[in-house]
Design a protein around this ligand. Structure first.
Ligand code: NAP
Ligand code: MG
Length: 495
């Protein structure tokens, strides 16, 4: 079998083989200190070496971002100029999409075609945010003066919040970077971006494009390293005005507490345990295909994954069979091998977590139905349907972040809604059904930030995304995301 890395293009390999430093103040620094090694999860072998930024490096990055913000070299550009720079960045990302996709596939394990779709999505989102740069405005307001002889005129200005620390996970690294950079740059903020320790390459590659696009020095800085070192230094830095975090609920809570301690602004996009509710009149084949997509897309490593199937008891057996049939059509394999549609878990730790939770599920009475064969090398896990799962089971409550779908039957609509909401999370929910009234009742009753009706995993630039409860605070995408990066200045003029 061809070595996995040999399947990559010369351009991707050359980038991977470099000894990477940090990107601070428009300079690609050499690798000077602690080296962090990453792995290819398709094989478990060494992939790349990057630098781990310590508190001093993080301080240099934040200071560069702060200088860039304070002297106005970017935020005082015309909105049209910021739009042009963002459009240019999107264009460059599209130009280099295949290399980005290869890097993402190699360091995270996504099948190449899936990676390519993610990169295109990231470029599309940057383009969407570019459009907002020229449409950020306040309001005119009529205050009521106490003194009737006085006239007052009020208006609001929307101003960038300052230096933003953007901390992102590994599952869709390029997209997560774009979701943070897009609104930060559209609004005129400066950024220090920290990618996840296992997936630094696409962020470093993006730095090259930021430079080529012509963003002024210091507006975007990239620091690689581990969460408790590099991430923590960023979160604790007093000159960071806003923290935009995507990741696990446990880390999100800790970051929220620290941000609260010094009143830094913070948004948290966290985990989920999203239900997919099948209504009795749903088409069975469509429901099965949707359920498999909801649970197995990106090997289940996506925060919005639909991981709890809530199904009418009468449809249970037939639907489980149909989902397993759909799972059997997946081709499990290395990210760059032709035909692969289901890649490995992104790391050894992730694979072990899936195995541990499946073990617990079995011991609590769940019935495991895994499909396919696991390749010898790499961190592969089987797409698995688990039946006989009740709301009391660990697997019904804990996020797996792997290709695992639980199935729980219901008898009445009220029982079904109760099951959907029996979670501390509230990110997404799916509903499959045709009766309009019943669908609308379910949409209203389910506690979630995002609801997909007769579809799943639609992440459109124009639609706000984010969760309630333990799934986080704030929304990304859409017009709503701008609020996270803007302060309002209220101006009152007497005349
Ligand atoms: P994670 O451990 O919370 O990591 C997320 C990011 O935070 C990484 O860059 C991580 O660095 C960093 N980090 C870790 N500890 C930190 C600390 N003490 N201070 C500052 N930064 C720290 O999450 P993960 O396990 O990598 O990612 C999977 C989780 O993300 C899942 O729970 C998933 O649901 C969630 N997620 C949510 C969304 C959403 O939009 N709601 C999207 C994608 C993923 P290291 O890489 O070094 O740990
Ligand atoms: Mg982590």
């Amino acid at each position: 079998m061809t070595d996995h890395l040999d399947r990559a293009s010369a351009a991707a390999r050359a980038f991977i083989e470099r000894e990477h430093g940090l990107f601070i103040d428009d300079v690609f620094e050499g690798p000077t200190k602690a080296v962090l090694e990453t792995e290819d999860p398709s094989t478990g072998r060494l992939l790349s070496r990057v630098t781990e930024a310590d508190a001093t490096d993080v301080d240099r990055a934040v200071q560069a971002a702060r200088r860039a913000f304070e002297d106005g070299r970017y935020r005082n550009l015309t909105p049209a100029e910021r739009e042009r720079l963002l459009l240019r960045l999107a264009e460059l990302l599209d130009r280099d999409a295949s290399v980005f996709a290869e890097l993402d596939a190699l360091e995270m394990g996504k099948p190449l075609a899936v990676s390519l779709g993610i990169v295109r999505g990231a470029a599309a989102f940057l383009r969407y945010m570019a459009g907002w740069a020229t449409k950020i405005h306040g309001r005119t307001v009529p205050p009521s003066p106490r003194d009737p002889s006085q006239s007052l005129f009020g208006y609001t200005l929307r101003e960038p919040v300052g230096v933003c620390a953007c901390i992102v996970p590994w599952n869709v690294a390029v997209l997560m970077a774009a979701w943070k950079l897009g609104p930060a740059l559209a609004t005129g903020c400066s950024v220090v971006l920290k990618p996840a320790e296992g997936t630094p390459l696409t962020a470093l590659k993006l730095a090259e494009l930021v430079r080529e696009a012509g963003f002024p020095a210091g507006v975007v800085n990239i620091v690689t390293g581990r969460g408790p070192v590099t991430g923590q230094a960023l979160v604790e830095h007093p000159d960071v005005a806003k923290i935009a975090f995507t990741g696990s609920t446990a880390v999100g809570r800790a970051i929220g507490a620290k941000a609260g301690g010094r009143l830094a602004r913070v948004t948290l996009e966290l985990g989920g345990k999203s239900p997919l509710l099948i209504l009795p009149d749903a088409d069975l084949e469509t429901a099965a295909r949707t359920a498999a997509h909801a649970a197995f897309y990106n090997t289940g490593q996506i925060c919005g994954a639909g991981t709890r199937l809530i199904v009418p008891r009468s449809m249970h057996d037939e639907l489980v069979e149909a989902i397993l049939g759909s799972a059997r059509t997946r081709v499990i394999g290395r990210a760059l091998d032709e035909g692969t549609t289901l890649g490995p878990a992104a790391s050894r730790a992730q694979r072990d977590k899936v195995a541990r939770l499946l073990g617990i599920a079995q011991s609590e009475g769940g019935h495991l139905l895994g499909v396919g064969d696991v390749p010898e090398e790499g961190y592969f896990v089987l797409p698995t349907v688990v039946t006989d799962v009740t709301a009391e089971h660990t697997l019904f409550r804990e996020e797996v972040f792997g290709p695992v779908l639980t199935v729980t039957p219901y008898d009445t609509f009220e029982e079904a809604i109760g099951l959907c909401n029996a979670t501390e999370y509230g990110l997404a929910a799916g509903i499959q059904g045709r009766d309009f009234t019943q669908v609308q009742r379910a949409v209203k009753a389910i506690r979630a930030g995002v609801v997909w009706v007769n579809t799943y995993h639609v992440y459109d630039a124009s639609m706000p995304f984010g969760g309630v409860g333990q799934s986080g605070i704030g929304r990304e995408l859409g017009e709503e995301v701008l609020d996270n990066f803007l302060e309002t200045k209220a101006v009152t003029v007497a005349f």
